[in-house]
Design a protein around this ligand. Structure first.
Ligand SMILES: [Zn+2]
Length: 109
């Protein structure tokens, strides 16, 4: 959060804004339900499987085994979870059984 705030402040200062005040709002808590389709597409384009790309309902059960996660590289659903957590706590580490590429999955929360 501190790095995000610092990066926002630096970009605004570089673009000529002098008095920058950044307000962090923690309530209501952000959920992946707020993620736009454009945002999900950007995650996928970056190589991160967005939460439930094809499914209509998020599985909110922690570490659910039955969640079908689509590989952001080749589109296969033949994937397996390697770790409950990926590069951040809100992501899980997956590997595609078709193209063998590892990828992060942005978990529903
Ligand atoms: Zn793949």
């Amino acid at each position: 959060m501190d790095v995000i705030r610092m990066n926002i402040r630096m970009v605004l200062l570089q673009h000529g804004y002098k008095n920058v005040q950044i307000t962090t709002v923690l309530s209501p808590a952000w959920t992946t339900d707020w993620m736009t389709e454009a945002g999900k597409q950007k995650l996928e384009d970056y190589g991160i499987a967005p939460p439930n790309l094809k499914q209509q309902v998020c599985n909110t059960q922690l570490f659910a085994e039955d969640e079908a996660v689509q590989c952001p590289h080749c589109g296969s659903y033949n994937t397996r979870r390697i770790s409950e957590f990926g590069s951040t706590a809100c992501k899980a580490q997956y590997q595609c059984n078709a193209c063998h590429e590892p990828f992060d999955y942005f978990k529903c929360h």
